[in-house]
Design a protein around this ligand. Structure first.
Ligand SMILES: Cc1ncc(COP(=O)(O)O)c(C=O)c1O
Length: 373
């Protein structure tokens, strides 16, 4: 729940854009942050940071990745991966390395991450952007294979397994498995941007586990600190050998305070098994949604996994956020016309039902209004 300045309560279906996956004021995370704030907040990476090593060890055990670079955001995790991929190319004698990215993808707003981003509206007005990105449509393996045969200098493929900002659009599992084979065949790095899909949001620590596809580089941020700024670029195999001490850096990255939060988040996700709630909450929300729609054709499709839910309505979407606020529900629109619902893993099934029913009632009202117009 969130409360406004008049103490009005809101059921949070946004989670700070997929960040507070364990809700607001989670006791274990709050205790870790307050205890650590009293001890030591920051030292810089000139010194060993035990908590950073402990979080790296937790991530290694969960993901199988070998080396970790800690930073402060999703965009910075993507920047690290872009540098890593370019370095990998240079080591192989590729002078102008290229990274394949997807139409509609979102990787962040710093210049490198923005150059990898496919959304024209977000890129517009900030040129010149970086060279070295080749864009292809999602879920089209032949387009990528063709590039492998004709284009020199490809070193990596960077994808979000579920395109979040584009409106919760999952890549097909077959496609991701095909990508894995193509990357192995052409000796490209497969980079998964799990900034939004990660940290329990989709019902597993990282969504790649559900797709049986192992990336070479794995990026995350958002939910890792449950609100404290932390990002990480993880690598395995040859990808883990590309960046050594001094090659890349961040003053704040992985500082003791943010790592204390991340440690508490990962411990909670793995020990308390809250992740298994994701699909129960999803089911309760969607059952209530469908049960309360006046007309089933008001929703054409529901996409995503776990608590990354994209609802595609046939009504206009411009009033949905405000109507949600009026009902005490926090909702969000992504990709222009998709209702993006990102509830926390700690939402009760009753609350999930309330949210699903509320969304249905909003759509019913808008449909009625549109019919009258
Ligand atoms: C898939 C993905 N990558 C990167 C980012 C950028 O993360 P940040 O806003 O922490 O820089 C986002 C943020 O929405 C995202 O969804």
């Amino acid at each position: 729940m969130l409360y406004d300045t008049t103490d009005r309560a809101y059921l949070d279906g946004v989670s700070g854009i997929a960040v507070t996956n364990l809700g607001h004021g989670h006791p274990r995370v709050t205790k870790a942050i307050t205890d650590q704030a009293k001890r030591l907040v920051h030292t810089s990476n000139l010194f060993h940071i035990g908590l950073q090593e402990a979080v790296a060890e937790q991530l290694r055990a969960i993901t199988g990745m070998e080396n970790m670079f800690f930073c402060n955001s999703g965009a910075e995790a993507n920047e690290a991966a872009i540098k890593l991929a370019r370095r990998f190319g240079h080591q192989k004698g590729v002078e102008t390395p290229k990274i394949i990215v997807l139409d509609g993808a979102f990787h962040g707003r710093t210049i490198g991450a923005l150059s990898a981003t496919g959304n024209q509206k977000i890129r517009q007005g900030f040129g010149p952007l970086l060279e070295g990105f080749v864009r292809v449509p999602p879920n089209d393996l032949t387009a990528i294979d063709a590039l492998g045969e004709t284009l020199n200098g490809v070193v990596a493929v960077l994808v979000e397994p579920i395109l979040g900002e584009a409106g919760i659009r999952p890549l097909d599992t077959d496609y991701l498995q095909g990508l894995r084979s193509l990357c192995t065949k052409h000796q490209w790095l497969l980079i998964f941007d799990e900034v939004q899909t990660g940290n329990g949001r989709c019902g597993s620590a990282y969504v790649f586990e559900q797709m049986a596809v192992e990336p070479d580089v794995l990026l995350t941020a958002k939910g890792l600190g449950n609100g404290l700024p932390i990002g990480v670029c993880m690598a395995r195999g040859v990808a883990a050998e590309q960046l050594g001490p001094g090659d890349h850096g961040s003053t704040y990255g992985g500082n003791p305070l943010c790592c204390a939060a991340a440690q508490a988040v990962l411990t909670t996700l793995t020990e308390e098994n809250v992740m298994s709630q994701a699909n129960h909450i999803r089911d309760a929300l969607l059952t209530a949604l469908h049960g309360h729609l006046a007309d089933p054709t008001l929703v054409t499709e529901v996409r995503g996994r776990g608590l990354m839910i994209g609802i595609q309505p046939t009504t206009a979407t411009d009033q949905i956020v405000q109507r949600g606020l009026d009902r005490g529900l926090l909702l969000n629109i992504a990709g222009g016309d998709t209702i993006r619902v990102l509830p926390p893993l700690v939402m009760s099934l009753e609350q999930a039902g309330e949210m699903g029913a509320g969304i249905a009632q909003i759509l019913n009202e808008i449909a009625q209004q549109e019919d009258r117009a």
